[in-house]
Design a binder for this molecule. Sequence first.
Ligand SMILES: Cc1cc2nc3c(=O)[nH]c(=O)nc-3n(C[C@H](O)[C@H](O)[C@H](O)COP(=O)(O)OP(=O)(O)OC[C@H]3O[C@@H](n4cnc5c(N)ncnc54)[C@H](O)[C@@H]3O)c2cc1C
Length: 426
Amino acid sequence: MGKKVIVAGAGHGGLVAAALLSREGFDVTVFEKQKRMDMGYDWNDCMNPAAFDRLEIPRPADEDLLPFSGMNYLSPDCSRIVFDHRNNKVSSLGERKAILRHLIAFAEQNGAKLRFGVTVGQAVVEENRVVGLETSEGQIACDLLIDACGMDSPVRQSLPESFGILWQFADRDTLYTYRAFYERTNRNRSFPKFTCCFYHNGVPSLDWMITEEDYVDVLITSFGSFNDEIIDAGVEDFRRLHSGIGTKIVRGGQKSKIPVRRTLPVFVADGYAAVGDSAAMVEPLSGSGITRSVEAGAILAQVAAKAQNNFTKADLWEYETLYFEKWLKGILRDDATRMLMLSMTFDQLNAMFLKKVITAKELCGDETPPHDMRNKALGVLSTPGVVSGLLHYSARMNKVDKLCEQFPREYDEKKVRRWANTYARF
Ligand SMILES: Cc1cc2nc3c(=O)[nH]c(=O)nc-3n(C[C@H](O)[C@H](O)[C@H](O)COP(=O)(O)OP(=O)(O)OC[C@H]3O[C@@H](n4cnc5c(N)ncnc54)[C@H](O)[C@@H]3O)c2cc1C
């Protein structure tokens, strides 16, 4: 029998890693607290099915994918729309439950064992190495523990401080969400089909409404405090803008959370690797993590399959290297934009939209050359507080290339710690 791998939580990336490692002859078991039939939310999410083709993973069925053509953004006062210039980008809205069923089938067909209804707890650590996992069925030993338990992973939170892996995500790195599909009551539409609003209704947030044929998909969010009043007021405000949003909820209607931050600086240790939301592998501005989690799961499997030294941190560092080589620049740019937005008040952010300081370029993660930024700052000189926010933004953007260059591609404990500290302060 091959080396023993445990996947804690049936997150997207964990399932992909489970499938690919089983295919390579590893003995893989996935422990998931939910029942098989309860897996996933009753809604669909933006994702890129082309990633499955690239990774040579079977593509989800066409009937589980709706077309999605890029989000358009509303200023906080909803008076200005910034059109996503990548609107021709090919992506989809994938049915969450069906995508998970698809990944579970892929893992099982390749030989992974899935244990539903089993809750996992702390990692078992001996001599600075993860050697097993506490579960509701007792302690289980493993050679590699893959943490795919999501943002509040109890496994990650149990790791010793000396591993240098962040335990908790701060409130401002967490988007509290409510999502429901409301019956569509008329064919009028005042905004583009995919519309997203920052600081909607005065709340620091990233809300959306997506108008489909029979329903309007409404997402109400908040960075930080969240309650039913915020939800009700947000939905009502969208109704004011979009008369077709009825009162009957046809799908969803749940509260949840999304990590919105840059990926953790360190997400591997001896015998341990995190994937997906557990390591904040998301687009920092939107929290989209499904496609990235799937891709990261495949990278992890590729690296683990050729690990020479029983999954040491040095072995697994290549997983971090390949992940960051692909996404670090985009992560840092998006995160700079997120922090700029979060540093603003409603009025300041609104002025930035109205005076075209924030345009599709910034929202789509493109680089704004320094002279453009200076001109933009001149346009909002009369709005108090905005210029200092822009200076911080500009300073962060100037650090992006250096931080990417400094990433230690070969594992060296001292260099890794130094880089992680710089990255944490970005
Ligand atoms: C309202 C909303 C809208 C979103 N929209 C999008 C979108 O459009 N596009 C996109 O890409 N992403 C979207 N996301 C984010 C997306 O859900 C995550 O980024 C994505 O699911 C990747 O996370 P994951 O698979 O790593 O973890 P999760 O999806 O959180 O899965 C973790 C799994 O671990 C299990 N688990 C947790 N704790 C335990 C435990 N103690 N024991 C055993 N099992 C456990 C959970 O039950 C779950 O099955 C959205 C999220 C929300 C809440």
